[in-house]
Design a protein around this ligand. Structure first.
Ligand code: ADP
Ligand code: MG
Length: 709
């Protein structure tokens, strides 16, 4: 521990931002909203994109629609017109020797005093050709004598309220100036040999140029260096996790005979299921704690793999826990597994947030005495202070909703329980190896026999009438339907794939969309059918009730947003209609589609989209072509890259700020070998305390807050 404190003292990037010139308490507070507390945080607030503002044109040479800089003299001081409530227009005329341009500002009258007649300014904006003259609306401006935001490549940062681009740029500039004046403050964590070997630039140059690049080449090499650093730390961190685990000792399982378990099942286990259980069994009898990921497509039968492991665990006289991300899923597992467990003489219980206090007390007592063998639940399993008699196995279902931190906190309950993580998000093997370097992987690549392929159609809205008729027909036959409602996204498809802000307004919009759509269907399309609705804004109890009612057949159609995405099982639901299918990634569509096709009936998936660009078409086409989750995952990765692939950091690993696991596959390989070489020479990182500290920071729990709702 002492070692890392020494490292912190050496690490001058830990200087609080308040201590920088130009950053007072108020600005510091605003920055801290972005999570920026120290100089290091500030410098690591990387641009989301860049604007090339190097090009300057004379007015006569402008091209309509092009964003450029124009240097011009102010001919007339701005005039202000109040157009209507909430809309003020400020106009002025500017010119250079070749022509005249009209500059308009909307609702920026506070800038009036900036512009003096005769002053020479740089205007950066989109050139507009309107009514026979040139103009710009809301351009960025600065005096020609102080070129700060024009004449170069300019960073555009992700923002939060209270901090503008201008302020962020200034603060970061100031931070970089300090580094320039005192380069020793920034200790380059990458050893020289590594930099040389992989042709990486120095840290100082990299920080300078990731923010204010001299040119494209400098930007590329800065980016490459920082991405490498990130992937390197990532690899070091994963190695550390694996090492810590392997140094622990786990309960040793001696009994490995699965046949009593298999005999109780109404079906034969698939070969893939048998293999996965055997792999897990081998881990659990090794004495080193198991840390295994079982990846299998929806419907591949992961629950039985889990049950097999629970059986082995209990027969070896240890307790087992199984966590699901939602109460509905936990309950479903319980109802599903309890009869089987009873037949195997294993006591099994359910614990969730809504378990009554008395029942809970009872249950905890039995857990402590060891009378209870197997507990299924939600986060309640890790939230409360549960005392186990002897916890030997922890299973988490639908891994992508849990993070590393949560896994770790559950593991802390047993001394070193074995962990099995079940994921229905197929991940291409190459990526999985890199991402889950701390896990061993079993792949469930075979579905139980007799499954009907889900018929999938991609159509435009013109087909709605026909689809509605088809749904009616299915419902009259006693079947049920999911309808994923259309969504209006306010910010469209943002290019910022590491979206830091999940806003509340999204949920409100969701609620509105669900309600409007359900109301429309009720009033205009299906007046005789029972329509239920569920959305993210609802309390989980409410959601639960609606889902259970749907599962029990008490409604015909369930309108929802993506809340049905996670493993709910309603075998009688045979059709899912997805509106605005273009807004989903392939893997997400695949998950949604997995809600149907769970029973014996032929099932259908209809993807509606009027948004017919090439990429969308390819994506939807891929869905109609295959139902193989791994194939879809590969395609998704190829089309969109892993940032989108994983959605909002749901993979449960540290968010990468610079690197992109799809695009930087080669860099990742290099970083992994660099990490390996370093770890071989210095296994405990004794000579590299800064690397140890940064890697630990990257995996710190506060970085992994997601999916905990
Ligand atoms: P998932 O991998 O999506 O969690 P489940 O474990 O829910 O899949 O299994 C889907 C369905 O398949 C369940 O109804 C389950 O009983 C059934 N099932 C599982 N294994 C087999 C098998 N070997 N043969 C036949 N049906 C099976
Ligand atoms: Mg499942």
């Amino acid at each position: 521990m002492k070692e890392s404190r020494d490292a912190s003292e050496l690490n001058h990037l830990k200087v609080k931002v308040e201590r920088l010139r130009g950053i007072g308490p108020k600005r510091a507070r605003a920055l801290s909203k972005l999570g920026i507390e120290t100089l290091g945080d500030l410098l690591s607030w990387f641009p989301r994109r860049y604007e090339d503002r190097r090009e300057t044109r004379r007015v006569a040479d402008l091209i309509p629609g092009e964003s450029v800089c124009v240097i011009a003299r102010i001919d007339s001081v701005p005039s202000v017109t109040h157009i209507r409530k909430g809309l003020d227009l400020m106009k002025m005329r500017v010119s250079d020797e070749t022509g005249v341009m009209e500059i308009k500002f909307f609702n920026q009258t506070w800038r009036k005093a900036d512009f003096d007649s005769g002053g020479i300014f740089v205007f950066y904006g989109r050139a507009e050709w309107f009514h026979g003259r040139w103009g710009m609306s809301n351009p960025e401006t600065e005096r020609e004598t102080q070129r700060e935001i024009t004449g170069r490549i300019i960073p555009v940062y992700p923002l939060a309220s209270g901090v503008s681009q201008l302020i962020l740029r200034r603060c970061i500039r100031e931070g970089l100036n300090i580094l320039n004046a005192r380069p020793e403050m920034l200790r380059d964590i990458l050893p020289d040999e590594i930099k040389k070997r992989y042709d990486l630039c120095g840290a100082g140059y990299a920080y300078q140029n990731i923010h204010f690049p001299e040119d494209e080449q400098a930007l590329l090499s800065a980016r490459r260096r920082l991405a490498f650093e990130e992937l390197f730390l990532f690899s070091i961190g994963l190695r550390g996790m694996r090492k810590r685990r392997e140094s622990g000792s786990a309960p040793l399982f001696k009994i490995n005979d699965l046949s009593p378990f298999s005999r109780q099942l109404p079906f034969e286990l698939t070969n893939a299921q048998k293999r996965c259980i055997e792999e897990a069994a081998a881990d659990m009898s090794s004495g080193i704690p198991m840390n295994r990921l079982c990846q299998g497509d929806v419907g591949a039968g992961k629950t039985m793999v889990a049950a097999g492991c629970v059986y082995l665990c209990v027969k070896n006289h240890h307790q087992a826990a199984m966590m699901a991300p939602t109460e509905i899923l936990a309950r479903q597992h319980y109802e599903n597994l309890n009869p089987l467990m009873e037949s195997l003489d294993i006591s099994c219980a359910l614990l969730t947030g809504s378990t009554a206090a008395k029942e809970r007390r009872e249950l905890l007592k039995r857990l402590k005495t060891g009378e209870l063998d197997f507990l299924i639940g939600t986060h309640a399993l890790i939230a409360g202070n549960l005392e186990w008699n002897d916890l030997g196995l922890v299973i988490t279902d639908e891994q992508h909703r849990f993070g590393v931190a949560q896994r770790a906190s559950l593991a802390a309950y047993g001394r070193n329980p074995n962990t099995l993580v079940m994921s229905a998000t197929p991940i291409p093997r190459t990526l999985a190896l890199a991402l889950y370097g701390d896990l061993d992987i079993s792949i469930l690549d075979e579905s139980p026999p007799g499954r009907k392929k889900i018929e999938t159609y991609a159509v435009t809205g013109a087909y709605r009438e026909r689809i509605y008729k088809f749904i009616k027909k299915l419902v009259l036959q006693g079947r049920q339907a999911y309808m994923i409602c259309p969504m209006v996204s306010e910010n469209g498809h943002d290019d910022n794939h590491y979206n830091y802000y999940e806003s509340e307004s999204d949920e409100k919009g969701e609620q509105k969309a669900v309600e409007e759509y359900a109301e429309y269907l009720r009033a205009r399309v299906f007046p005789d059918l029972r329509i239920a609705r569920v959305h993210g804004k609802m309390k989980s109890k409410e959601k639960e009730n609606i889902m259970s009612a749907f599962a029990a057949g008490e409604s015909d159609i369930l309108v929802s947003t993506t809340v049905v995405e996670v493993g709910v099982d309603v075998p009688n639901a045979v059709i899912i209609v997805i509106e605005n299918a273009e807004r989903f990634g392939l893997s997400q569509l695949h998950q949604l589609r997995g809600r149907v096709g769970r029973g014996k009936e032929q099932s259908y998936c209809v993807l509606i989209s009027d948004y017919q660009n090439e990429e969308t078409k390819r994506r939807l086409k891929a869905m109609t072509r295959t139902t193989d989750g791994f194939e879809i995952a590969e395609e998704d990765l190829r089309l969109r890259g892993p940032g989108d692939f994983f959605g909002q950091r749901q993979h449960g690993l540290p968010a990468l700020k610079v690197a992109d696991l799809g695009m930087d596959a080669e860099l990742l390989e290099q970083a992994r070998s660099a990490a390996e070489i370093l770890s071989r020479d210095d296994p405990d990182l004794k000579n590299h305390p800064l690397i140890a500290e940064r890697a630990a920071e990257m995996f710190a729990p506060h970085q992994a807050e997601y999916g905990s709702k």
